[in-house]
Design a protein around this ligand. Structure first.
Ligand SMILES: [Zn+2]
Ligand SMILES: [Zn+2]
Length: 352
């Protein structure tokens, strides 16, 4: 790349968010889960048991294990609460849950807000019911819930296919949800961040007395991954590292990548001749503003500026002139499937 890219030194760490343990409807303990995370090439994970805060946190098997909670009122409006210190009892009034998280200095993401209402199976979708209630951020991609949306149990063959080729039936986040995310960003002075969740449970069943784990943690951890960038390496002190990880997520300094589709993390930044900004950051517009994409593979990109398509093409790495202010996010595709979503970069008018 040329000088315009103004690369800064940042560090990248892979993590999985939205995991259930034996303390709610998952099956694993923290030793088993951290071991699976290690094998899947992760650096950190965030546990979010339903209405439970008993799981330990700390460094296990070299993995930073952070505890959050999935505040789960009956029938939907699940909220992934991060950065809290005490368990929060679910309230049917979702705004109360959001406020309680903020009161503890935490922040949260609407979990699987758009489960499909036209599923080909009998499982009832758990939605974010009232879109007038604005969460701090959105879980735009949820592996388990996406699988559940596409699980077809109309006959035994389709059912078997759904279980045997789990990753093949995973689809992109729905356009309505991405539009809601863009809408929230359009009306906010800040960046409204998004995450991808695995919603890992490692459910165990017995088929003819043979115990079978249907969604092993390791399998889930190799799919939807949040790659965060930090200014300095993660500390070996757990509390410091936890703060680094949570701050990155809160600011939207993560790219969501389904590694099962393509194991590539495209790098992006916007430079204006003086500074450069990456996901979750702001930069002012000059006559010399470019969006830079760095990738090791030929991939497709689609740039979205304030909810509208700005440009799209295939690339091995390129720079695209930026002429408008507003928020820019990018969707990447490989072999016809979308596999990565960046958080926005905010291009502002005036000095920065
Ligand atoms: Zn949930
Ligand atoms: Zn969940």
């Amino acid at each position: 790349m040329d000088n315009n890219s103004l690369q800064r030194n940042t560090y990248q760490y892979y993590g999985a968010i939205h995991i259930h343990t034996k303390y709610s409807d998952g099956t694993g303990d923290i030793y088993e889960i951290s071991k699976a995370a290690k094998k899947a090439g992760l650096d950190w994970i965030i546990i979010t048991d339903h209405n439970n805060f008993e799981c330990e946190e700390g460094i296990f098997n070299d993995i930073y294990v952070i505890r959050g909670e999935e505040i789960s009122p009956h029938g939907g409006d699940h909220y992934l609460a991060l950065g809290i210190n005490n368990q929060i009892e679910p309230n049917k009034d979702v705004q109360i849950n959001i406020n309680k998280v903020r009161e503890q200095g935490g922040f949260g993401f609407a979990a699987h807000p758009d489960e499909s209402q036209c599923r080909k199976n009998k499982h009832i979708p758990l939605l974010w019911k009232n879109k007038e209630i604005i969460p701090d951020g959105l879980e735009i991609w949820n592996w388990f819930s996406n699988w559940g949306d596409n699980l077809n149990d109309r006959n035994i063959f389709q059912l078997a296919y759904s279980f045997l080729f789990k990753n093949k039936i995973i689809t992109s986040p729905r356009n309505e949800l991405l539009s809601w995310w863009d809408e929230l960003n359009l009306h906010s002075q800040n960046i409204v961040p998004a995450i991808g969740g695995v919603d890992a449970h490692a459910l165990k069943f017995r088929y003819f007395i043979i115990p079978v784990t249907v969604f092993p943690y390791k399998t889930c951890f190799k799919t939807i991954t949040n790659v965060i960038s930090t200014e300095s390496p993660l500390s070996s002190d757990f509390e410091t590292a936890k703060k680094q990880i949570l701050t990155s997520i809160k600011q939207g300094k993560n790219t969501i990548v389904n590694r099962n589709i393509c194991n590539e993390v495209p790098q992006i930044n916007i430079s204006n001749g003086k500074n450069s900004a990456t996901c979750g950051e702001a930069i002012s517009l000059t006559d010399n503003t470019y969006l830079n994409i760095l990738t090791n593979k030929q991939i497709g990109y689609k740039i979205i500026n304030d909810g509208k398509e700005y440009s799209q093409a295939k690339t091995n790495g390129c720079e695209i002139p930026i002429k408008n202010t507003g928020k820019y996010r990018i969707e990447f595709s490989y072999a016809g499937r979308n596999f990565a979503y960046t958080n926005p970069i905010f291009v502002t008018q005036g000095e920065s």
